[in-house]
Design a protein around this ligand. Structure first.
Ligand SMILES: Cc1cc2nc3c(=O)[nH]c(=O)nc-3n(C[C@H](O)[C@H](O)[C@H](O)COP(=O)(O)OP(=O)(O)OC[C@H]3O[C@@H](n4cnc5c(N)ncnc54)[C@H](O)[C@@H]3O)c2cc1C
Ligand code: FES
Length: 265
């Protein structure tokens, strides 16, 4: 059983939960995720480790209430317990001193880039963060993200905060202004595709974190398979990070739609 230590609302249907999970906190690294089961007979959902505190023995998860499991998770309160938490799963993001790095986060993906930003700064990179949100109400963790970025650029779809437009508009400017050695993008699949298309033209290596459908999260069911280059990979075991220039995003988006009617049922 894993106890909910803290719970905050970060925006419309966006929740942040701090869980007591000392063994996971001890091993967690940027890019990894956990598989959560909110109740004993519930489904297993993958959620990124958005922060961890090894001393306190806690991990932080930020999630959007989309369907049944995330809604149930959102209903739990501080002091409640969840029965299952598996992790850390997936391969840590490979971080070294690249030089100038642009990190793009979209929506809930802004939480997922936080541990990566911390590590990039620790390794003395110059980090430009582009964070995109739907509107002002959805903006969260601005201070936290700013503290681990050399430059933070905020975009909203409707222009109610920061600049109006898509993250790719700003990224295009950033790439035009200075030499960027590496790009990371985490967010909606369509955003990661757009970023990868843009940077492919400029030949800047771009790492994306894929949000394939997952069932087991441990390489057994094949639900999370993706095509990268000519090869089929399991996102849970081989990823979630992949080179965005080789990901078959169209196939991934089609697969994400496969069980939509069953999920809403
Ligand atoms: C590695 C990884 C990390 C993720 N990290 C986060 C995170 O930090 N925060 C967050 O809010 N979400 C994250 N997701 C997505 C999250 O797992 C889904 O939103 C969640 O499983 C939806 O479950 P549900 O029952 O509430 O909704 P459902 O009714 O099951 O689905 C609602 C929508 O979510 C999509 N979805 C359903 N199951 C999954 C799944 N297993 N993986 C991906 N998408 C799914 C469906 O296509 C559907 O559009 C991550 C997914 C992956 C693969
Ligand atoms: S989720 Fe089952 S193999 Fe990846």
């Amino acid at each position: 059983m894993f106890k909910i230590i803290r719970k905050f609302v970060l925006g419309p249907k966006i929740q942040c939960i701090v869980l007591d999970a000392p063994l996971i906190a001890k091993k967690a690294q940027a890019g990894q995720f956990v598989i959560v089961r909110v109740r004993e007979k519930g489904e297993r959902i993958p959620l990124t480790i958005a922060d961890f505190d090894r001393n306190a023995g806690t991990i932080t998860i930020v999630f959007q209430e989309l369907g049944k499991s995330t809604r149930l998770f959102g209903k739990l309160r501080e002091g409640d317990f969840i029965p299952d938490l598996l992790g850390p799963q997936g391969n840590p993001t490979e971080v070294e001193k690249f030089g100038n790095v642009a990190v793009v986060g979209g929506g809930i993906g802004v939480a997922a880039i936080y541990p990566l930003l911390k590590e990039l700064k620790e390794k003395a990179n110059f980090v430009i963060t582009v964070a995109g949100y739907k509107s002002k109400d959805y903006v969260f963790w601005e201070d936290k993200i700013s503290a681990v970025s050399d430059r933070l650029l905020i975009m909203t779809d409707d222009g109610s905060y920061g600049r109006k437009g898509l993250v790719t508009d700003l990224l295009k400017e950033v790439i035009g202004e200075e030499k960027i050695d590496r790009i990371f993008a985490i967010g909606p699949t369509i955003m990661m595709k757009a970023v990868s298309d843009l940077t492919k033209e400029k030949n800047i290596r771009t790492i994306v974190s894929l949000n394939s459908l997952m069932v087991c999260g441990m390489g057994m069911c094949g639900a999370c398979r993706v095509t990268v280059g000519e090869k089929t990979h399991f996102t849970c075991m081989d990823g979630p990070d992949f080179d965005g220039h080789f990901v078959n995003f169209d196939e991934l988006m089609k697969r994400l739609e496969t069980y939509k009617s069953e999920e809403s049922e």
